[in-house]
Design a protein around this ligand. Structure first.
Ligand code: HPA
Length: 285
């Protein structure tokens, strides 16, 4: 068996030994957005450190555990803290958690993150629905022997962020009165913030937001046929767009400020997802 897949199966067995909960929706909570999980109707928690072989996040503001519970009656597994490529893990480890949640039974993945605004129409505190992404500056998580059990060697990426889920995000924004921007997310490796020249490059290539996560997870999730959507919290204008130097503390504070809107939007989105049949076919066809 493929080594990466074997590790995934071991992690799945370890989680199943601790909890018997089948999530329908997987939610990855980005920097400063982790508190969302605490207001779920929590049924169980598993620390990443209790899963042998699981990559552990080292970033301030990332707690490092799975939370299993209900949002509006929908069974959800939420990740408080993700793993980033810049922490030194291979891409196969970076996307292990999202794959694992897919194997737990989740058919829909909601990816969230903190990101720098590249589009001049954005303001810090805005939420941006991700419509597409550019991952060309980071290695593909699908490099290496293909895991046939998960998906095909050459997966289509023409609709990474499900059109139907995007409609639901827009509907959720309407229902809650939360303003939502939309745009293309561009992933950089980090951990340094980008230079102003890199941000100009990003903009000229069609990027609206810059970040250090998410797109690789979206790609791995799509590879295994999950329904993907993403929401970025624009925590700052990207390098060179304001006269302030960037720092992580400000990113966290801005995410905190957006937490209320984030909570309203995500809860309503999950409720709308819950109204649907959860099967992949129903969302993609
Ligand atoms: N760049 C990359 N990642 C980020 C940023 C940024 O400006 N802000 C929050 N995450």
């Amino acid at each position: 068996m493929n080594e990466v897949y074997e590790k995934l199966r071991r992690c799945l067995a370890a989680v199943k030994k601790k909890v018997a909960f089948e999530p329908k929706v997987a939610l990855i909570l980005g920097s400063g957005l982790g508190d969302y999980a605490e207001q779920m109707d929590i049924k169980a928690m598993v620390n990443y450190s209790d899963i042998d072989g699981f990559p552990i996040s080292t970033v301030a503001g990332h707690k490092g555990r799975f939370i299993f519970g209900y949002v509006e009656g929908v069974p959800v597994v939420a990740m408080q803290g993700r793993v980033h490529y810049y922490e030194g893990y291979p891409m196969s480890d970076v996307v292990l958690p999202v794959r694992l949640m897919g194997l737990m039974g989740a058919k829909t993945v909601i990816l969230t993150n903190a990101a720098g605004g590249v589009n001049y129409n954005f303001t810090p505190g805005d939420l941006m629905m991700i419509t597409d992404h550019v991952t060309s500056f980071v290695p593909s998580p699908l490099i290496g022997p293909n895991i046939d059990e998960l998906g095909t060697r050459f997966p289509d990426m023409s609709e990474v962020y499900s059109k139907k889920l995007r409609e639901k995000i827009k509907q959720a924004a309407k229902n809650t009165g939360v303003l939502i921007q939309q745009g293309t997310y561009m992933q950089f490796t980090g951990p340094n913030y980008e230079t102003p020249a890199e941000i100009r490059l990003c903009r000229s290539l069609g990027g609206d937001a810059a970040g250090m996560s998410t797109a690789c997870e979206a790609m791995a999730a799509r590879h295994m046929g999950l329904n993907v959507c993403g929401i970025s919290c624009i925590t700052n204008m990207a390098a060179g767009m304001s006269n302030k130097p960037l720092n992580h503390k400000e990113v966290q504070e801005a995410a905190d400020m957006a937490a209320d809107n984030f909570k309203k939007l995500v809860t309503e989105l999950i409720r709308l997802i819950g109204e649907d049949d959860y099967s992949c076919e129903s969302l993609y066809n």
